[in-house]
Design a protein around this ligand. Sequence first.
Ligand SMILES: Nc1ncnc2c1ncn2[C@@H]1O[C@H](COP(=O)(O)OP(=O)(O)OP(=O)(O)O)[C@@H](O)[C@H]1O
Ligand SMILES: O=P(O)(O)OC[C@H]1O[C@](O)(CO)[C@@H](O)[C@@H]1O
Ligand SMILES: [Mg+2]
Length: 537
Amino acid sequence: MESLSPVIGQKAIFPSTTGYTDHDLFSGPVRLRTVRNLNRACRRLRIRVQAGNGVSKNAAAGVGIDFSDPDWKLKYSREFEARFNIPHMTDVFPDAVSYPSTFCLKMRTPITETFAEGYPSDEKWHGYVNNNDRVLLKVINYSSPSSAGAECIDSNCSWVEQWVHRAGPREKIFFKPEEVKAAIVTCGGLCPGLNDVIRQIVITLEIYGVKKIVGIPFGYRGFSEKGLAEMPLSRKVVQNVHLSGGSLLGVSRGGPKVSDIVDSIQERGINMLFVLGGNGTHAGANAIHDECRKRRIKAAVVGVPKTIDNDIMLMDKTFGFDTAVEEAQRAINSAYIEAHSAYRGIGIVKLMGRSSGFIAMQASLASGQIDICLIPEVPFNLHGPHGVLRHLKYLLETKGSAVVCAAEGAGQDFLEKTNAKDASGNAVLGDIGVYLQQEIKKYFKELEQTADVKYIDPTYMIRACRANASDGILCTVLGQNAVHGAFAGYSGITVGICNTHYVYFPIPEVISKPRVVDPNSRMWHRCLTSTGQPDFL
Ligand SMILES: Nc1ncnc2c1ncn2[C@@H]1O[C@H](COP(=O)(O)OP(=O)(O)OP(=O)(O)O)[C@@H](O)[C@H]1O
Ligand SMILES: O=P(O)(O)OC[C@H]1O[C@](O)(CO)[C@@H](O)[C@@H]1O
Ligand SMILES: [Mg+2]
């Protein structure tokens, strides 16, 4: 089929031409100077958005689509359906046999040891999800490309429905529970909720009747490193693990080649693999899925996206993000109290967020204590008449104190590049927090003005904690749905929440690029409104 999607995994997007309205920005009392600055911000933001914001929106728009074709919408929908098709075991094994699901909550007979009497099932139970059920990926019908945050396919912002697969238990399953050996692995950095997801996967597997469940220790490394033994898992083992942060199984970056991982999967007889991690981990999971197909191994590889950075495409949020934001507020509050109590105090908080400023933006919004929020997606000047330093001077003169929240990926252009990489190949970033602290001190020293600068770096504290209630629930649903997806015979998929519903995505679609804050989104505009910060360009 002719490719109609402009860029795989990327929607064709027309940028807003107006950015935001005066009403949106000036709904609260704003100082005159700030109004002037915000006006300038509007103009500059507009220019920047049109220039592309890193992701060249204009360049992506309409590429490959013949809008003069009266059927272009139909073709786009078909192409979309194909892109978001979720790989199934029957793609490779057309004769794969299905069985009535052993997941049936209505007939609560205890799971028998052997299923010798046949699988428990209840055909009248309406708790299953039909394979043809779909969830709408985009729910806003933008009337114009100039609407804030508009993501359009054509220049009229025509409405084209985009459906993705609904997650949940299916009536037919493609694995006999007694033949399943399920493994769980957690990779990358820590994230609140890892233990909650592990727990739910184990509990749900047991409900299906699976007896062989193991944890692979310390991420993908656990597949190859000697001395790292599988950890047997059961409801009893995981019962209370969600009460603490971290990962029961341990995490790591780097590790063996995909072919070595698949060798190990074959040797161990694993036929269900649940992979908890971020974009790198999912790239690995997809490669494992591909390699299993190549070798004609009947295995289901299912991901559960984990990242406090919230940088995974297409989903409302990833688990752990809410908790990280909540924890981040504690650091912001401390910085605020320090700054507020000091004579001409300035507090700086650096938060995680390698390429996405979601934590910094949301924590700034939630706390209401931030005067300047700096994120990787929005460039800024430190020096000069419109720079951050000049604004800090203004804040000290008018408010007496100021608090800055910076995402770790912000302002990297100011820092010396080292080309250093971590074990997974991720760039090691310079410390923007330390740099800001130094530059602020220098600036006020040169002005011969007092500035009491306090720097807080709560980095690991915001992700090493236990999941909060909302993340706990999200983890529960995602963990359960991961198991349902595997039993349904899907592989190379990941689970997510989409417009409050739960869905399965093919892995490549969610890792095609990092999800970033759209500087033209209502949320970033709300953040600017809340902080009152000007454009720093
Ligand atoms: N393209 C890839 N193909 C195969 N494996 C990969 C790929 N990228 C990363 N990995 C593996 O995935 C694991 C986790 O990757 P990484 O350290 O980048 O964390 P992540 O999953 O992106 O999570 P985080 O959000 O914490 O960064 C590592 O073991 C790494 O070797
Ligand atoms: O120090 P570590 O464990 O490599 O993790 C740091 C990284 O993990 C993340 O939290 C998730 O990718 C990033 O924001 C951060 O750069
Ligand atoms: Mg990553």
